[in-house]
Design a binder for this molecule. Structure first.
Ligand SMILES: NC(=O)c1ccc[n+]([C@@H]2O[C@H](COP(=O)([O-])OP(=O)(O)OC[C@H]3O[C@@H](n4cnc5c(N)ncnc54)[C@H](O)[C@@H]3O)[C@@H](O)[C@H]2O)c1
Ligand SMILES: O=C(O)C(=O)C[C@]1(C(=O)O)C=C[C@@H](O)C=C1
Length: 304
């Protein structure tokens, strides 16, 4: 139990902020955690479930004298929130965020950060399809990655924030923001778009085949429906703010899809088999590297 920041302010009280609070409480990482949400209903819910040591009715009260301020709002709201809190930040404070996109957040937030305040963007690669203050839990960040995109921030403050995320349970790495956005377009953003599309297609079909799509949905499709149940505001903002990288990956995806479509039409079994063999090895690599702790056989076969 080591207090790392005396006062931590969480702005936006959803899945990530509430998980941060419970994980900080578990580790005793903050002297005091204060929270602010835009809507009175969310603030009431937060108070009712004991989220944060104090819930403030104004963002000014929340950031007053805060040593660490974490912006936990959708990516598209970062600009407005940063503009509001910028003039209220104390000298020496650290501002961070948890947004799923990094370059657009840096461009939106940096202009509002006064001299003497450190802005260190971060992105925990951990989440669920749930949202809101009641959805958080202390273990969310355990054994997950958190990527920092420091963008030239003070090295000592970056090292401290890294230690903080490690104390929350995460593995931490640093990355250039543009590279982050390209990597996440491949590993998270485009897969979400594909899931949204596939569930939309099934929904169109279900109007033809009534409830069969739901009744006979196999595990693969159920996984798609979980992903496609993710928060619409959050994901709208991800795509609007990681436009170039997502379009680049979608272009490549479409080319591959057409190649597989042609192979099916032409009965080219070799092409399909080779392709699926290559992709299977990627999954096996992830399991062998110990990166998928949710896999059903995780840990069953000890590595030699
Ligand atoms: N959900 C995930 O899987 C996940 C994972 C990693 C990072 N993130 C990122 O974390 C951030 C928060 O996501 P979440 O899942 O906690 O979302 P959430 O929907 O659970 O919570 C977001 C909170 O922000 C508030 N909010 C929305 N617009 C606002 C505004 N203009 N001003 C003030 N408050 C506003 C909402 O009322 C809500 O309290 C997003 O930037 C998202 O990209 C999400
Ligand atoms: O598990 C999930 O529900 C998620 O989609 C979490 C997930 C991801 O794609 O891995 C989603 C967006 C975030 O920015 C980070 C994590």
């Amino acid at each position: 139990m080591t207090v790392m920041y005396n006062r931590v302010a969480l702005i936006g009280l959803g899945l990530i902020a509430s998980s941060l609070f419970w994980a900080m409480k578990r580790g005793g990482l903050a002297g005091e955690t204060v929270g602010y949400a835009r809507s009175a209903a969310t603030r009431d819910t937060a108070r009712n479930i004991g989220l944060c040591d104090r819930i403030c009715d104004s963002v000014a009260d929340a950031v007053a004298d805060a040593d660490l301020v974490i912006l936990c709002v959708p990516v598209g709201a970062m600009d407005a929130v940063a503009a509001e809190i910028g003039p209220l930040l104390k000298t020496g404070a650290v501002v961070s965020d948890v947004g799923s996109v990094k370059r657009a957040v840096i461009d939106a937030v940096s202009p509002h950060i006064p001299d003497g305040v450190h802005f260190i963007p971060a992105h925990p690669l951990a989440g669920t399809e749930q949202s809101g203050p009641e959805s958080g839990f202390a273990e969310l960040f355990d054994n997950r990655w958190c990527l920092l995109t420091p963008n030239g921030a003070d090295a000592a403050e970056v090292a401290k924030l890294r230690t903080y995320w490690e104390a929350l349970g995460s593995n931490v790495d640093e990355m250039d923001a543009d590279h982050h956005d390209l990597v996440l377009a491949v590993t998270s953003h485009t897969p979400h778009l594909i899931a949204y599309t596939m569930v939309g297609v099934a929904d169109d079909l279900s109007r033809v085949s009534e409830s069969e799509v739901v009744q006979f949905s196999a595990t693969g499709f159920r996984d798609f429906t979980r992903i496609a149940a993710s928060d619409p505001t959050m994901w709208r903002d991800v795509f609007l703010n990681n436009k170039d990288a997502t379009l680049e990956i979608l272009g490549r995806f479409t080319e591959e899809l057409f190649a597989l479509q042609r192979a099916i039409r032409q009965g080219d079994g070799d092409l399909l088999h080779d392709y699926f063999t290559r992709t299977r090895s990627i999954r096996r690599g992830i399991i062998e590297a110990g990166q998928d702790t949710d896999a059903p056989n995780f840990g069953r076969y000890p590595k030699p």
